[in-house]
Design a protein around this ligand. Structure first.
Ligand SMILES: NC(=O)c1ccc[n+]([C@@H]2O[C@H](COP(=O)([O-])OP(=O)(O)OC[C@H]3O[C@@H](n4cnc5c(N)ncnc54)[C@H](OP(=O)(O)O)[C@@H]3O)[C@@H](O)[C@H]2O)c1
Length: 257
């Protein structure tokens, strides 16, 4: 049986990956911080799909958390065939409103954890000559949008570069760049998302379906919706200063402090 390890699996896009992969017969390793929610998910997935779902509580903003997941990915007796680096969050506020320590936590989860977990997984996958890694970035990677956009730009460049370096090894790496997806993300970040027009919202299950199809096709970058593909194409024709204004205002209204 094949096994997938998914980070940030208690909600949103990670939970959608877990549902979709369990329905396809994957055994799962479920990673996040909330043990109770992880256990509930594991039971639910096991009962509904008959797969094994192991719980690994880890805070990817900490050294111990990252190490625990690295160790699991390096376990040659229980190999992981697909890694989904999905855990992530937004900070509440703009530059200088967010404490630098929170920005550094974001870089730890979005960049350091992704680098280390991708490396641990890809190394053992290369030995077996097969495997896949999906790293969650965002369309924000293509726009000036604070530390969040910058961290996702790093994920995008890193993943596409690593995919090129791993070409011919049997290991596929792909970066997934969705637009706005209805999840817990915006509430958790204290964002008031009411100004985001309906047409910009994507469904997590459809995002996941497209991502898995694109990984199977060997793509290294997945923008999982034609509307956002068109938006990205059009953005190349717009002056950077106009883009910076639009991207720093869209969906960045914050509730009371
Ligand atoms: N929603 C969007 O509009 C959107 C758009 C583009 C890209 N993305 C990206 O998609 C990914 C998933 O976001 P989502 O929208 O599904 O968000 P979400 O609903 O808020 O879920 C985030 C998940 O990440 C986990 N997580 C957060 N911090 C963690 C940490 N330090 N260690 C371990 N797990 C942690 C959370 O679980 P616990 O709290 O239990 O740890 C939760 O399961 C993120 O990387 C995000 O940047 C989201």
């Amino acid at each position: 049986m094949t096994t997938a390890l998914i980070t940030g699996v208690t909600a949103g896009i990670g939970a959608a990956f877990a549902r979709r992969l369990a329905s396809g017969g994957y055994n799962l390793v479920l990673v996040a911080r909330d043990t109770e929610r992880l256990r509930q998910k594991a039971t639910e997935l096991h009962d509904r799909h008959g797969v094994e779902a192991a719980v690994l509580t880890a805070d990817l903003a900490t050294e111990e958390g990252i190490t625990a997941v690295e160790d699991r990915l390096r376990d040659r007796e229980h190999s992981v065939d697909l890694l989904v680096n999905n855990a992530g969050f937004g900070n509440k506020g703009r530059f200088l409103e967010v404490p630098v320590s929170d920005e550094l936590t974001m870089l730890k989860v979005h960049c350091e954890a992704v680098l280390r977990l991708t490396s641990a997984a890809a190394e053992s996958m290369r030995e077996r000559g097969r495997g896949g890694v999906i790293n969650l970035a965002s369309v924000a990677a293509f726009f000036p949008r604070g530390t969040y956009g910058a961290s996702k730009a790093w994920v995008t460049q890193f993943t596409q570069g690593a995919a090129k370096d791993m070409a011919g090894s049997g290991v596929r790496l792909m970066v997934l760049c969705p637009g706005f997806v209805r999840t817990e993300f915006h509430d958790r970040a204290g964002m008031n998302a009411s100004s985001i027009p309906d047409w910009m919202w994507l469904d997590a299950d459809r995002v996941v379906e497209t991502a898995l199809q694109d990984l199977a096709r060997g793509k290294t970058l997945c923008v999982p919706d034609p509307r956002y593909k068109a938006l990205l194409g059009a953005s190349r024709l717009i002056p950077r200063s106009v883009l910076a204004h639009a991207s720093s205002t869209t969906g960045r209204k914050y509730g009371p402090k």
